[in-house]
Write a protein that binds this ligand. Sequence first.
Ligand SMILES: Cc1cc2nc3c(=O)[nH]c(=O)nc-3n(C[C@H](O)[C@H](O)[C@H](O)COP(=O)(O)OP(=O)(O)OC[C@H]3O[C@@H](n4cnc5c(N)ncnc54)[C@H](O)[C@@H]3O)c2cc1C
Length: 482
Amino acid sequence: MVMGDVTTGTDVLVIGGGPGGYVAAIRAAQRDLDVTLVEKDAYGGTCLNHGCIPSKALINAADVAHEAAHAEGMGIHADPAVDAAALTDWKDDVVDQLTGGVEKLCKANGVTLIEGTAAFSGEHTARIAHGGDGQGMESVEFEHAIVATGSRPIEVPNFPFAEDAVWSSRDALGTETVPDRLVVVGAGYIGMELSTTFAKLGADVTVVEMLDDVLPIYDDDVTRVVRSRANELGIDFSFGEGARDLRETDDGDGDGDGDGIEIVTETEDGEESVYGADRVLVAVGREPVTDTLELDAAGLEPDENGFLKTDAQGQTDLDHVFAVGDVAGDPMLAHAASHEGIVAAETIAGEPAALDAQAIPSAVFTDPEIGTVGLTEAEADAEGFDPVVGEMPLRASGRALTMDETDGFVRIVADEPSGYVLGGQVVAPEASELIAEIGLAIEMGATLEDVATTVHTHPTLSEAVMEAAENAMGQAIHTLNR
Ligand SMILES: Cc1cc2nc3c(=O)[nH]c(=O)nc-3n(C[C@H](O)[C@H](O)[C@H](O)COP(=O)(O)OP(=O)(O)OC[C@H]3O[C@@H](n4cnc5c(N)ncnc54)[C@H](O)[C@@H]3O)c2cc1C
């Protein structure tokens, strides 16, 4: 059946139902605006379906298996078997619960949901193509639009994702098999999280990275802990090499079994290396999804990398069009997308709202995890503060010892004259949780003394945040003061 080409009107058209779009839609509806949300694939976007949630489910499952197999020091001997199909079912169930929840929440808040692909057809109109043959089009007239179309993985020449042997992060998270040999191209956060996961699930992992270290945006003493733990897991690193070619190999028996691939890499000086594998995961970054939006019909132009430029309210060059989440550039993180969505929705509702970008935390779910927020010592210095730094190594934490997890540290950065907390870097189990306390301290304008005199539960990892603040004040009890 071909549906007629109907036109409807709405106060706010949200394009994309990821953590940027659905949160913006709900907040706008909570402000009594008439809201229409268009999603072409699955509610919850990359984060819930192919990113944060499935990756953290797999990471957690891999941790359970790995920890059980390596607890001899605690007197525990186990040899866990991983049923990859059952693990996939469990992970998919987690995803389904959350995506179903997003759809229900949107509806409960009165958001009109349309399944289809939206593109601008004018300054205040969009056309929506419904999925499937002959499902037709519809038009929506809007007062305001919020573009929240997210990002997709960048392809490397000669490594097309269409090939079975070449995985994007989405393919890796959707697989029901653990390859014997996995080559990962790219040692950014997605590459490192998935390398660690597949190594713990039993794959023989090699990471190929063009730069000379893992996780290039973090300081050396942060990445050193993660890299050395990855080495202990058996992950091999080849730095200074770029992936150049992919070749299929044949074991010669004609049955296709045991055949594999070879990844050819090259250094800047043209030196070649070859790595045999069963799969190659390409994780070299993500690019914004703006090319399918017919932006020029609305009068919008993306920057040279395809991102939409926005101000602190998420407003683009056009007063009535906002952009939030990955499509608006760094930080390309789910919680940033959601906060940007809230700010855009509240601005459209006429409220004074803006994003305080200094306190957006980020986490890498490696082993151990990394959590950072605010400024490093060098950044604080560059911004004209007089920074003081306090640290608590995990080996001095009673809780870390009870967990048998003593690699890492908690570091807090503050402005010495005023004591205001400016930032923190944490490398520890649950660093993704611990960093929230330092983020709150920054947001509240708390001082080192506030953090140091807050009574923390014993024995917990969070005591290390308190101790780091004490250390910065020269008053630590369990570590030597600097
Ligand atoms: C493997 C992986 C792990 C990650 N882990 C984390 C993590 O631990 N923590 C974290 O903060 N971030 C993580 N991220 C990043 C996070 O997923 C993104 O930052 C976040 O999803 C961005 O949200 P968004 O709303 O901008 O876009 P998306 O989540 O990408 O959503 C965009 C939505 O728009 C839809 N869409 C696109 N074009 C159209 C159109 N024309 N019409 C209709 N709909 C359209 C898409 O189908 C999609 O559903 C991870 C990403 C990956 C890939």
